[in-house]
Design a binder for this molecule. Structure first.
Ligand code: BGC
Length: 431
């Protein structure tokens, strides 16, 4: 007799959703090739954005800075000051919704929101470190021009705009002149790793985020960033890879159909396979497809049909305990149905963990440029999917060991609380 596991395996295989269907070496090679092409300014799914942020200067102590963290759906503002030992003190923290995360906003409405959030801080420091968690091209003066929205933000008029300059101009009209330093959240995470390296010496730094969206940043030698003219060839800087747009992964029918339901269709396919804004929706679509193939009993089918959405947090609930996770009109859902739902969701999450690990591996391998060092590489990881989905971080760590172990690369995974805010503060102080 067919068990729920057998049924799940066949469905997953037919839809290319099984982690075993991924060839890790091939994906890793593709990542590295796309990274090189992006650095050379050639056609690549990886934007490889130079950030003009270096890690060779110490962080100024006892100087306040405004730190702004515009993340997936939340926005936080605070003042931050580092003591003589590099310990940050966060004060006056305020939290808001990210403008454009709950309905469409025009240009003025969008930027006016930022002004409103920043005004209470405008006399507390001279500069703002602005952690901006969306793809932006960074100018040498460290402003950022939005390339496209991700994470389902709706504010189309902002694409192509300089974020810092727009807010600066509006604040100036109100009598405040704040210097903005804009950086991606993975770069902020990388810098936050650097800010805590008093106890341990690291050879270099990687920032990895897996929350609402996903991305990696690492340190690259300027001489390899051949698309930029005039960089000091002896220097190095952080690169925002925008790895969420990586396009060389095998996508199955469910991935392809799911993409059609998203705001930025045809883009950020990798992010849609692994990050929190999408994992729940992807799992629900897989369940709906399986229900169409009559893989569930009637009650199971009814439950799936009744669901218009499924959040990534709910997927975590199903992985932990399907009896409690499958609620709402689920009185009759059989144990077999629940088991099948759990198998399907857990395979999709495990595939996400393998992809996440491959992304981190690529950043680690690329950041040492093929050289081995006596000190480990510091990988600072941030994000709710990585830490909150049951078993996720363990799976990623297992895959990392399996892939990097034989390559004899020494790395250390760390977690710094409030990385985006801390990293933003570091960048704001160094401008
Ligand atoms: C954005 C990146 C960001 C990542 C993690 C993605 O959607 O494109 O810029 O770093 O999410 O927040």
């Amino acid at each position: 007799m067919k068990t729920p596991k057998d049924t799940a395996l066949l469905f997953l295989k037919n839809n290319c959703l099984l982690p075993e269907q991924i060839d890790p070496d091939a994906v890793l090679d593709d990542f590295l090739v796309e990274m090189d092409l992006g650095l050379a300014g050639e056609k690549s799914s990886l934007a490889m954005i130079p950030t003009f942020i270096t890690i060779d200067k110490p962080v100024p102590a006892f100087k306040p800075v405004i730190a702004l963290d515009a993340g997936g759906t939340n926005l936080r503002v605070a003042t931050v000051m580092f003591d003589g030992e590099g310990n940050p003190k966060i004060s006056n923290l305020t939290k808001h919704n990210m403008p454009g995360s709950a309905g469409n906003l025009g240009k003025d409405e969008f930027f006016d929101k930022f002004v409103e959030f920043l005004l209470p801080f405008a006399d507390k420091a001279d500069s703002v470190g602005f952690c901006f968690s969306y793809p932006a091209e960074i100018s040498p003066d460290r402003d950022g021009r939005l390339l496209s929205w991700t994470k389902e933000i709706q504010a189309p008029e902002i694409v192509g705009e300089f974020i810092g300059k727009n807010i600066f101009d509006r604040l100036e009209q109100k009598g405040f002149r704040l210097k903005f330093s804009l950086l991606n959240d993975t770069v902020a995470t990388l810098l936050a790793g650097k800010s805590v390296d008093f106890a341990q010496k690291y050879s270099t730094y990687v920032g990895f985020i897996l929350g609402t969206g996903t991305n990696t940043a690492y340190i690259e030698y300027n001489r390899y960033i051949t698309k930029c003219q005039g960089l000091d060839p002896e220097g190095s800087q952080a690169i925002n890879t925008e790895s969420g747009n990586f396009s060389k992964c095998l996508q199955g029918p469910v991935d392809i159909e799911f993409d059609k339901t998203t705001e930025n269709r045809g883009q950020y396919g990798f992010e849609k396979m692994i990050s929190g804004a999408y994992l729940g929706g992807l799992c629900l679509l897989a369940l709906k497809k399986a229900a169409e193939e009559d893989l569930f009993s009637r009650a199971g089918k009814e439950w799936i049909k009744s669901r218009e959405d499924l959040s990534t947090v709910e997927v975590d609930g199903i992985l932990r305990d399907p009896s409690r996770g499958i609620v709402g009109g689920a009185g009759e859902v059989s144990a077999e149905d629940k088991e099948l739902v759990q198998y399907l969701c857990s395979a999709i999450c495990e595939r996400a963990a393998l992809f996440a690990a491959l992304n981190v591996c690529a950043a680690i391998i690329k950041s040492i440029g093929g050289k081995l060092s006596v000190h480990p590489i510091c990988v600072n990881i941030d994000g709710s999917v990585y830490y909150k989905i049951v078993g996720f971080s363990r799976m990623v760590e297992g895959y990392l060991e399996k892939i990097l172990g034989p390559k004899q690369l020494s790395y250390e995974l760390i977690r710094v609380a409030d990385s985006p805010l801390i990293g933003a503060a570091v960048a704001g102080l160094m401008c």
